[in-house]
Design a protein around this ligand. Structure first.
Ligand code: DI6
Ligand code: FE
Length: 403
């Protein structure tokens, strides 16, 4: 239903604005939506006279939050890795899995073999699972092509998701995700001959909203990532980085020195890196799905991030290897149980701070001027979103004012 002007009433709003109330909560709230934007919100008792005559949509006392934002996904990819998951649990060694064509290489092979329509078709059921949980904005990375043609195809498929479904997509170019087999031992040549030309071509085609990289011993060094970041800056593109997931290479600090929007994973981040992120306004993107799947034991430095005021976002990191997770609600539960984040931090991580991790200032809170991206829940208290495990209380999703 499209309505250019609507007044939502009979609801509690967890606005996620930073007010004196936890969750920016407003009981008995009203939200006026006009032309896809929030025109006014506040206690119904304070409704300005100009909205008195607006047609009302009562929401039965339900809880309304900002539409959720999944700010770090690899949801467009070919194939899956269920076979190797099973092999490993039946006792196969890492080498045996690799010899059977497993690991990230298998996803690269499957992604190269898939045309754009196949990439879109395989991603849509995963996307739909997220939309059913109230996601309104979705970040999608490239990084399983590792050749110019397939990196561009992944990004075109990511953009197409926005035309196939009512969701906003932000793309990140992740050419520096892994060194493909044909460049084994020649990471710098891969960057010069494939990654950087692919980035320039993708940007030329308008396919890139941000540039990401994987800074790790098994991927690229901070110096190599810096070469990609220099090109991104020349093109005027904002930055993000997979950093400190398996070891501390100082990637987050390097990303902060470039003014990156976010550093993601960061289990091995030290306080020096936290302070660098705080000073640069770099958001910490916490990814409990990958931590859980690889059975990591080093938890991200939540207490230090809190102490230094680094905003924390949460995301599924949906990918076929280290995080085959398509639930942001379960992600929130994991962040609370595994990392001792509070339910309020978890919801901020899936809304306000996720918007910041994507450089978006028009979503993530319920406030005047924001996009009317809202999630309506059959619950009383916002903590229920993090508390339940495998339960989806979404009643409805409002995207750009349309329900
Ligand atoms: N970090 C991860 O955990 C994934 N990528 C990344 O940069 C792993 C991707 C995969 O195994 O397919
Ligand atoms: Fe990732």
């Amino acid at each position: 239903m499209t309505d250019s002007k609507t007044l939502y009433v009979d609801l509690t709003a967890a606005t996620m604005r930073q007010t004196d109330e936890a969750y920016g909560l407003i009981p008995n709230a009203a939200i006026a939506v006009e032309a896809g934007r929030i025109a006014w919100t506040g206690p119904l008792d304070d409704l300005p006279g100009e909205y008195e005559a607006t047609s009302r949509t009562p929401l039965g006392g339900r809880l309304v939050t900002p539409g959720l934002i999944d700010c770090h996904t690899h949801i467009v990819h070919g194939g899956d890795r269920a076979g190797e998951f099973e092999m490993r649990l039946n006792g196969a060694s890492y080498e045996e899995v690799a010899r059977a064509g497993g690991g990230i290489v298998s996803t690269v092979t499957a992604t190269r073999a898939a045309d754009e329509a196949a990439l879109i078709a395989s991603a849509l059921p995963r996307v739909d699972t997220l939309l059913a949980e109230g996601i309104c904005t979705l970040e999608i990375k490239s990084g399983y092509g590792l050749d110019v043609e397939t990196e561009l195809r992944m990004l075109r498929a990511a953009r197409a998701i926005e035309r196939e479904r009512p969701v906003r997509v932000r793309t990140s170019f992740l050419g520096a995700h892994a060194v493909p087999a044909e460049y084994a031992g020649r990471a710098d040549a891969y960057l010069d001959e494939v990654c950087i030309p692919a980035l320039r071509a993708a940007h030329e085609e308008g396919l890139v909203d941000a540039v990401d990289g994987f800074c790790e011993g098994i991927a690229f060094s901070p110096e190599q990532i810096a070469r990609v970041f220099d090109v991104a800056q020349e093109l005027g593109l904002p930055l993000k980085l997979h950093a400190e997931q398996l070891s501390n290479l100082g990637g987050a600090k390097m990303a902060a020195s470039y003014g990156a929007m976010s550093a993601d994973h960061i289990e091995y981040l030290d306080e020096d890196g936290v302070i660098a992120m705080a000073n640069a306004g770099t958001v910490a993107v916490i990814l409990p799905g990958a931590f859980y799947t690889i059975r990591e034991t080093q938890t991200p430095p939540i207490e230090s991030l809190r102490k230094h005021g680094v905003p924390m976002a949460l995301s599924t990191d949906n990918n076929p290897g280290s995080s085959p997770l398509t639930s942001l609600l379960l992600t929130m539960n994991m962040a609370c149980t595994l990392f001792r984040m509070t339910p309020e931090e978890a919801l901020a991580g899936a809304t306000r701070n996720a918007a910041a991790a994507l450089g978006l200032d028009d979503c993530g809170t319920i406030a005047e001027g924001m996009r009317a991206d809202l999630a309506v829940w059959d619950i009383k208290a916002p903590a229920e979103l993090s508390y339940r495990i495998g339960f989806n209380p979404l009643h409805s999703r409002i995207f750009g004012g349309n329900s």
